[in-house]
Design a protein around this ligand. Structure first.
Ligand code: NAD
Ligand code: MG
Length: 396
């Protein structure tokens, strides 16, 4: 079997590192062709030393210069590229068959879309890209015969619980509904009045998963589950009516599919992203991921509850954007990215995140998402509106 060439967008992040860990266990199957990061030079240098990619991209020009110098001094052969254009280049290389899309946020949209256009197997962690561009993205996947495999643990679980060919739609496959599970994050049980004063570090201390800071805050507001609702609609060609969000604090079940005959299939496992990553890399085969087996004697309790709409207003906003369609999900996503960044840098309190997103959603009208430029324009407009709100009312 010839080795598969892999590009990892966002290799210096949490998902990127887990992907390298899995790939490193299977040097006979995979070869790292290209890595990318924003500006973490030392970390990228260490990754280049270990995995010897042909290319390393640093989006930040100065970081790229530094990395190039270190690589030259060490006598290594990796070519260093700089800038956003280079992210697209490394997704289009003919020697690459799989692209791990693990940049956080809208910054991942263009390269991930380029991977779909190039007909690659796209391993999608970067949910924001699909949320922003759903119809265009799915069209690119179909037209260019790309393969889209979900890395998000819930969507990977759902994918595993669906029949191999659910073409023709979920109802034809006998699916009654999808049960999208979420832990409820670190603030599931704290008194509501205390939410105003939670700190970024508290918001990022997820009870079950270790992740980047943006998605950790999204988990605390449950905007993550809202984005995942939209993501699921596109991945599985369905609507919010077919998806029920259920809180499951232990994160042992990663999501479920309920069928019309009363069967419910669930995927269970450790809260370790290397499982969905290995699943998607090897699919339709299976391979070792390095993840500890699940010991059922440790899993005494599996609890389930409905999300509290007062505690998690972002769920309602995301569902509303999903139903509105067009550019509304792109507006939701952009406002949320600005709000989360403002919270993480101490400019707004936690409870302002949902208020800010709601205000932007009301102020920026949704357009049909007919082409990429319309989506990018909606993203820019929503960011500008969100920035204004942060500036106008920094603390309240
Ligand atoms: P992270 O913050 O740990 O890593 C983000 C990566 O993106 C880094 O390599 C960073 O250098 C790069 N990056 C950041 N800004 C960039 C920019 N402007 N241009 C180019 N590159 C940039 O994030 P993460 O937790 O690994 O999450 C990555 C994606 O995967 C997100 O979309 C997240 O929602 C999704 N995801 C993550 C997890 C998880 O367990 N971490 C689970 C499910 C889905
Ligand atoms: Mg998830």
């Amino acid at each position: 079997m010839s080795r598969q060439g892999i590009t990892i967008l966002g290799s210096t992040g949490s998902i990127g590192q887990s992907t390298l860990d899995v790939i490193g266990r299977h040097p006979d199957r995979f070869r790292v062709v290209a890595l990318s990061g924003y500006r973490q030079v030392e970390q990228m240098f260490a990754q280049c030393r270990q995995y010897q990619p042909d290319y390393a991209v640093m989006v930040h020009q100065q970081a790229a210069n530094q990395l190039a110098e270190m690589i030259r001094a060490a006598g290594m052969e990796t070519a260093v590229l700089a800038g956003e254009e280079a992210l697209i280049t490394i997704c289009q290389l003919t020697e690459v068959t799989q692209v791990m899309a693990a940049i956080v946020g809208a910054a991942g949209l263009l390269p991930t879309l380029a991977a779909a256009h190039a007909g690659k197997r796209v391993l999608l962690a970067n949910k924001e890209a699909l949320v922003m561009s759903g119809p265009l993205f799915m069209q690119a996947v179909h037209e260019h015969k790309a393969e889209l495999l979900p890395i998000d643990s819930e969507h990977n679980a759902i994918f595993q619980c669906l029949p191999p060919i659910a073409a023709g739609g979920l109802p034809q496959a006998g699916v009654k509904q999808i049960l999208l599970t979420g832990s409820g994050g670190p603030f599931r049980t704290i008194p509501l009045q205390d939410l105003k004063t939670v700190t970024p570090d508290e918001a990022c201390a997820h009870p079950n998963w270790s992740m980047g800071r943006k998605i950790s805050v999204d988990s605390a507001t449950m905007m993550n589950k809202g984005l995942e609702l939209i993501e699921a609609c596109w991945l599985f060609d369905t609507t919010p009516d077919m998806i029920r969000i259920v809180i499951h604090p232990q994160s042992v079940i990663h999501s479920m599919v309920e069928y019309v005959d009363g069967s419910v299939l669930a995927q269970l496992g450790q809260a370790d992203m290397r499982t969905p990553i290995a699943h998607a890399l090897a699919w339709p085969e299976r391979m070792d991921s390095g993840v500890e087996p699940l010991d059922f004697l440790d899993v005494a309790n599996l609890e389930f509850e409905a999300p509290d709409p007062q505690r998690f207003p972002c769920l309602r906003l995301a569902e509303q954007a999903a139903r509105t369609g067009g550019t509304a999900p792109a507006v939701l996503n952009a406002a949320n990215e600005v709000a989360v960044a403002a919270f993480l840098s101490g400019r707004i309190p936690f409870t302002r995140i949902s208020d800010l997103v709601e205000e932007v959603l009301m102020g920026v009208s949704a357009q049909p998402a007919t082409d990429l430029e319309v989506i990018l324009e909606a993203d820019r407009t929503a960011r500008a509106a969100a920035d204004q709100i942060v500036k106008r009312n920094p603390t309240g």
